[in-house]
Design a protein around this ligand. Structure first.
Ligand code: SAH
Ligand code: SF4
Length: 344
């Protein structure tokens, strides 16, 4: 086995130049994937935790150049699911589908004030579930209010640690502010989830090494890695996009360096290549997020085109995920599936 992979398995540490060497060397990819699979098994076991994903609004004040929900995209029908309908989706996921974590995701939709969101959180927490939010950049006080209302976790990807690239692709946003939000999430007592895109135009292999070291530095509890998929109604429509192979390599190295965190097999991986999620679950991932948003809304939540779950009903999504887990000889997570890394 490659000396560097061996070192990563035993020390869970690699230098920037070692990471870069592995990211460039495609001949070691399969070895890297099996090493990450083995470290995953040792640290977080064979259970795959399921999360019910509810995409409750596609309205966004931001203009991220890669994202189909960006403010300037006039070609999408915007929707907002109301409080009682969000609760009903969560209730179906918890009671009928047996899911133990609800993830509420949206664009940065200012309609959902702290008060409204906290009401929704409190209602959903009566269902005996863990609750994850993914609603973008907020103040420390807001994150604290969500925690107080019962939220447990938060997902906010750094997207890229290459500051110049971030500023180019996220006009009007501040990289430092995003990092501050990640610190504030920790202060608020939430499990901190972050992650990055792989394959943005001009994103360098070297910067993936920085991304992985950044995840370690912020002591992340969860990391989601997604290949960038160009959307036709965005400024990056002609970009070539990321590859599954590079996204899997970044993910596998993340598992080797942060062995006890939660790592999802992302929908973007499946959208890019059939069996992308299967491959991810066998290369370090231990979480999967079946989409429980109703089909009518789902087609409008187009972060990128060809989202693999677009045409499915919530029950279809769950059935497919369960079949996948069984087919690779793994187990469905029984508890809330909190990150083993998270310390209260
Ligand atoms: N508005 C929130 C949550 C929704 S976006 C936020 O930005 O944090 C969730 C994630 O979708 C983003 O973090 C981004 O990494 C991903 N995403 C957006 N556009 C994408 C694209 N074209 N290809 C792949 N992933 C994309
Ligand atoms: Fe909005 Fe998130 Fe898309 Fe950026 S990535 S435009 S913040 S939904």
């Amino acid at each position: 086995m490659s000396r560097l992979i061996q070192k990563a398995i035993s020390e869970h540490n690699l230098t920037r130049s070692e990471l870069i060497e592995l990211l460039y060397d495609d001949s070691c990819a399969e070895e890297l994937f099996s090493a990450a699979d083995e470290v995953r098994r040792q640290y977080v076991g064979d259970e795959i935790h399921l999360r019910a994903l509810i995409e409750f609004s596609n309205i966004c004040r931001n203009n991220c150049c890669y994202c189909g929900l960006r403010r300037d995209n006039k070609n999408i029908e915007r929707y907002r699911i109301d409080e009682s309908a969000i609760f009903k989706l969560a209730e179906h996921a918890a009671k009928n589908m047996g899911l133990k974590t609800i993830v509420l995701q949206s664009g940065e939709d200012m309609f959902f004030t702290t008060e409204i969101l906290c009401n929704i959180i409190r209602q959903i927490k009566t269902l005996d579930v863990a609750l994850t939010l993914s609603v973008g950049e907020k103040s420390l006080e807001e994150y604290q209010a969500y925690r107080q209302a019962g939220a447990n976790r938060f997902l906010l990807r750094i997207e890229t640690t290459d500051k110049d690239l971030y500023l180019r692709h996220d006009p009007g946003m501040s990289w430092e502010q995003r990092v501050q939000c990640l610190r504030d999430l920790r202060t608020a007592g939430l499990e901190v989830g972050s992650g990055c895109l792989v394959g943005l135009p001009e994103q360098k292999v070297e910067s993936y090494a920085d991304d992985i070291l950044f995840f370690k530095k912020i002591d992340a509890d969860m990391i989601g890695i997604g290949p960038f998929i160009p959307h036709p109604d965005t400024p990056l429509k002609n970009a070539s996009g990321g590859t599954l192979n590079m996204a899997l390599k970044v993910m596998a190295l993340t598992r080797l360096l942060l062995p006890d965190i939660n790592i999802p097999a992302t929908t973007a991986m499946e959208s890019l290549a059939p069996n992308g999620q299967r491959k991810a679950l066998q290369s370090g991932a231990n979480v999967i997020m079946p989409n429980v948003t109703l089909t009518t809304y789902r087609k409008h939540y187009e972060l990128y085109p060809g989202k693999s779950t677009t045409g499915y009903t919530p029950d279809d999504s769950l059935r497919k995920v369960k079949e996948l887990i069984t087919s690779i000889g793994r187990k469905i997570g029984q508890g809330y599936g909190a990150s083993k890394h998270f310390k209260r």
